[in-house]
Design a binder for this molecule. Structure first.
Ligand code: F6P
Length: 534
């Protein structure tokens, strides 16, 4: 990807992009999704892709067979297949940071031969073995708290990919929790979540997992220090080594914190934070569900990886999702996209996907340092579709904006009292969004013609979660390649972190604020005049 030549107007000057623009204006714009179902008659069954345990129904989009042909042409012209091979072979697809993005290696088998020549790929299985031993030792009481108590509370201290990923997966796989284990997550930098938690849980049965690839993220540092000081003050220095594990790429920092080597788990440099759940970053999850289930999740992700790499465009689920997303934003003009999950096990899935999409695709500069010529990432939002129906769905149905939706639908939920509510609701919503509703009172009219995808599967399991994670990771990659941007860096966030660090020093009285932002200066003055600061 680093050496990919992009013309000044790329992707606007690709034949496929130009054809899609004309096609949209002449053949799509004045259509309705409902009318497109008249021909071909088998549209409903044709516009479906199956991969592994997942089925994607994309028939409720404003697209025709011709649109799909042009999508396929765009895939070729944007050289997606080359870019996929570059990623799998360990090329520096993260060009600005000059490194590979090898999350696919994390769930590969040695026999898959994925990027074995890249440093640390051979350590993937060593780390997994270490994780497995550690997790088993916790569950079989070979590793105990300092006073000899069994560890039953897992506290994940991490933020961004180091918090959202493990927490999303722990919630999703609740049915696989090892008996007696409890999970807590702490991310907010104000320390309050942790302070509250410390008064609620039994510390002698708790393991604090400090999850931070860099081990320099301020929020995580602060929370880890609060926990460390609490243990030291209440149980003495010797308790620390029993109650802290670390996951990072920064061994020195883990050593300095006092984490014993046996409790340290390395994350390779080439794994991005938001792509890291399948690495040791999933340790908290492994502690909750056991290593076998964790490995089952990796196997699910691997299955989708292989599908992504091998399936032709018309059968390729991540590619299709990416193209639909581009069509809906760059051609239909949607400003945001919602990912809404039915089934409470997936309540945190959208939060996780929000980071994956927005940190990856929120870029205005291309890989060749020129400005992008099309809109890149859109706003991704969502949550529980069930509660959303009783809050923001009104806007989705009758508001002035078109919000394309991915509905994620487990067919069977795991509640004792089985009902079909979620399935019925999901189908009802997507039907209403597509067909609309004609009524005499204008306030009751539902315009319809609003696109949605439905991704359905039997029930949330480790394999299925792995497939879903990989599906969206690859969808994002395809979008990034088509936009000509690097989906693996996040310099915007880094800049904010630097500013915050300077301001923090100023607020702590260590340094003067010597920047010129008048508004910041004024707010600082307001704060400094509060009694609190006098
Ligand atoms: O917010 C930026 C970010 O770098 C994310 O990409 C990352 O997931 C998060 O911070 C946490 O980083 P770390 O794991 O280094 O603490």
């Amino acid at each position: 990807m680093r050496n990919r030549h992009l013309s000044r107007r790329y992707p606007l000057d690709l034949d496929a992009w130009k054809s899609l623009t004309a096609h949209y204006r002449q053949e799509i714009k004045n259509q309705t999704i409902t009318s497109l179902f008249k021909s071909p008659r088998n549209r409903a069954s044709k516009f479906v892709i199956k991969s592994g345990d997942l089925t994607l129904d994309f028939s409720k989009n404003l697209i025709t067979a011709k649109t799909l042909k042009l999508f396929s042409q765009l895939i070729d012209e944007a050289q997606i297949h080359n870019s996929i091979e570059e990623m799998f072979s360990g090329d520096a697809v993260n060009a600005s940071e000059d490194r590979p993005a090898l999350h696919v290696a994390l769930r590969s088998k040695l026999s898959d031969q994925i990027a074995l020549n890249i440093g640390d790929v051979d350590k993937v299985w060593v780390t997994q073995e270490k994780m497995g031993l550690f997790i088993d030792s916790l569950h079989t009481k070979k590793i105990l708290g300092f006073s000899g108590k069994k560890i039953t509370n897992i506290v994940n201290i991490g933020i961004g990919g180091s918090g959202l990923g493990p927490t999303m997966a722990v919630v999703a796989l609740r049915d696989y929790w090892v008996d007696g284990m409890k999970y807590y997550d702490v991310s907010n930098g104000d320390g309050l979540e942790l302070i509250d938690l410390l008064s609620e849980i039994e510390i002698e049965s708790s393991l604090f997992i400090v999850a931070s690839k860099s081990f320099t993220t301020k929020e995580t540092e602060e929370n880890a220090m609060i926990a460390r000081e609490f243990l030291e003050q209440n149980y003495g220095e010797r308790a620390i080594k029993y109650h802290f594990a670390g996951i990072s790429n920064n061994k020195e920092a883990m050593d300095a914190f006092g984490i014993q080597s046996k409790f340290q788990f390395m994350v390779p440099e080439w794994v991005g934070g938001r792509f890291s759940l399948c690495s040791a970053m999933g340790l908290s999850l492994g502690c909750m569900i056991g290593m076998n289930h964790f490995l089952r999740m990796l196997e699910g992700a691997r299955r989708m990886d292989m599908h992504f790499r091998q399936a032709p465009f018309m059968e390729n689920m991540p590619m299709m999702l990416a193209l639909l997303s581009i069509f809906n934003t760059n051609f239909l003009g949607a400003k945001s996209q919602a990912i809404l999950s039915y089934g409470s096990r997936l309540n945190k899935f959208s939060d996780y996907l929000q980071q994956l999409h927005m940190e990856s695709l929120g870029k205005s500069t291309r890989i060749d340092n020129r400005s992008v010529s099309v809109n890149t990432g859109s706003i991704i939002w969502g949550g529980s579709a069930s509660s959303g129906q009783h809050s923001y769905f009104q806007l989705i149905h009758q508001g002035t904006q078109c919000v394309p939706i991915d509905f994620i639908l487990p067919i069977i939920d795991t509640s004792e009292r089985k009902n079909n509510y979620n399935v019925a609701n999901c189908l009802a919503q997507s039907e209403a969004l597509m067909d609309g509703y004609k009524a005499s009172g204008t306030e009751k009219v539902h315009p319809g013609n609003r696109p949605s995808n439905t991704i359905l599967f039997e029930r949330v399991s480790p394999e299925i979660l792995g497939q879903l994670i990989s599906l969206y990771e690859h969808k994002v990659y395809v979008q990034g390649v088509i936009f000509g941007i690097n989906p693996f860096d996040q310099f915007g966030v880094e800049h904010g972190k630097r500013l915050a660090s300077t301001l923090n020093e100023h607020l702590n009285g260590k340094k003067k604020y010597n920047k010129t932002n008048k508004s910041t200066q004024n707010i600082l003055n307001i704060i400094k005049n509060l009694d609190l600061y006098k």
